[in-house]
Design a protein around this ligand. Structure first.
Ligand SMILES: [Zn+2]
Length: 108
């Protein structure tokens, strides 16, 4: 998670407290990372830092050129694809750190 926060800040993520609408410092963000993972702007910023596609990718396979037979999943921005995967991962009992370690693997 630490690495994901670092990356999102590189992608100009500026978190805001939803209740007060006031900016959250990076230090606060490290404690309140649950706010970040639910925030679309966090994922967009992460995508900017990671140079994910700004264009649509297949919702199921994450590819911009998915021509698989019988793939009718529809298309979404790549950050949305990763956010959905994240939610599925958490819903099935996966660890948050494992998810981000794998997502950001080999990219320092
Ligand atoms: Zn597909």
């Amino acid at each position: 998670m630490e690495n994901a926060i670092k990356k999102a800040i590189e992608g100009w993520y500026s978190p805001v407290d939803r209740a007060t609408k006031r900016p959250i410092s990076v230090l606060q963000l490290r404690k309140q990372w649950r706010v970040a993972v639910l925030d679309p702007l966090f994922w967009k910023a992460l995508g900017k830092a990671e140079e994910w596609s700004e264009y649509a990718v297949c919702r199921k396979h994450g590819k911009s050129d998915c021509y698989r037979v019988n793939c009718f999943e529809g298309y979404a921005a790549e950050w949305l694809y990763h956010q959905h995967n994240f939610i599925d991962h958490i819903a099935s009992g996966g660890s948050i750190d494992d998810f981000f370690n794998e997502l950001l693997a080999g990219k320092e």
